[in-house]
Design a binder for this molecule. Structure first.
Ligand code: HXC
Length: 261
């Protein structure tokens, strides 16, 4: 097994599936896995033929059960800082990628694994999935953005309940609070994720990228500033051939064929 096998890559038309592949450790993230994920993300970001990404975990037990506890056990301050910064850099690649990334959570998404799902654009999960930020049980706190992204997603108090109890939650609960968009039977999850990815891959790539960017960026801004940014992004779409194609195709009652230009 090479380092690149730590994150598998499968291509189906315009959709790439990336699979964190360390099933014996429930796909726990160590330095090597994070670097492999970073390389895969760079590849798909640079490939203009790829229009949507599905991220999942190997095996039927885990999406990612967290950062690797064995690797963290002996870390000191500087190692811990470097590890958190490495992870944050990789997760930010997902946030900043100008393509949709769908998390297909097939089992445990704990700690860094939950944080990895949180940074994706859409979370779909199997009914068997489990979510949580159990770091306080290990004497630490989440370090890949979990405290901040969870609080922004589900609100301050719900996030504090999650982070400060370290509890593990069912897929149903994760869906109830809006973390997960759809639940699927375990055997149906990948088909559902791929079908969502294929649907997004048929939309205008520039519009998708702008929509993702403006939602992420706008959530960090006051509403009035965010709405101004939205207007500018809307106008930018009119610099593309895809805007003409999308609207012409509608008027000609035919499916649009987008090129990403
Ligand atoms: C390293 C892990 C691991 C992890 C599981 N394993 N999670 N190894 N790091 N996060 C390994 C186990 O040691 C075991 O290896 C194998 O995977 C199977 O796990 P079991 O514990 O035997 O399975 P089970 O009893 O079914 O329990 C599943 C589980 C439990 C509930 C998911 O494994 C668990 O609690 N894992 C830790 C979850 C966690 O605390 N995550 C947050 C980590 S902190 P062996 O060799 O014994 O078979 C974090 C910080 C992020 O993520 C920020 C960093 C900056």
């Amino acid at each position: 097994m090479t380092q690149d096998d730590l994150v598998l890559h499968a291509r189906d038309g315009a959709v790439v599936t990336l699979t964190v592949n360390r099933p014996k450790a429930l796909n726990a993230l160590n330095f090597d896995v994070l670097h492999a994920l970073g390389r895969r993300l760079d590849e798909v970001a640079a490939d203009s033929e790829v229009r949507a990404v599905v991220l999942t975990g190997s095996g039927d037990r885990a999406f990612v059960a967290g950062a690797d506890i064995a690797a963290m056990q002996t870390m000191g301050y500087l190692d811990a800082l470097a590890f958190a910064q490495l992870g944050n850099g990789i997760l930010t690649k997902i946030e900043q990628m100008r393509k949709p990334v769908i998390a297909a959570v097939n089992g445990f998404a704990l700690g860094g694994g939950c944080e990895l799902a949180l940074v994706c654009d859409v979370i779909l999960a199997s009914t068997k999935a489990k979510f949580g930020l159990p770091e306080v049980s290990l004497g630490v706190i989440p370090g890949f953005g979990g405290t901040q992204r969870l609080a922004r997603l589900i609100g301050r108090n719900a996030a504090k309940h999650w982070v400060m109890t370290g509890d593990v939650y069912s897929a149903e609960e994760a869906q109830r609070i809006g973390l997960v968009y759809h639940l699927h039977e375990p055997g149906d999850l990948m088909d559902a994720a791929l079908s969502t990815a294929r649907k997004m891959a048929m939309r205008g790539p520039f519009a998708l990228a702008e929509a993702k960017h403006i939602i992420n960026r706008g959530l960090q801004l006051p509403l009035s500033a965010a709405i101004e940014l939205e207007a500018a992004a809307f106008a930018r779409c009119f610099l593309t051939a895809d805007q003409r194609e999308g609207m012409t195709a509608f008027l000609e009652k035919r499916p649009a064929v987008f090129t990403g230009h």
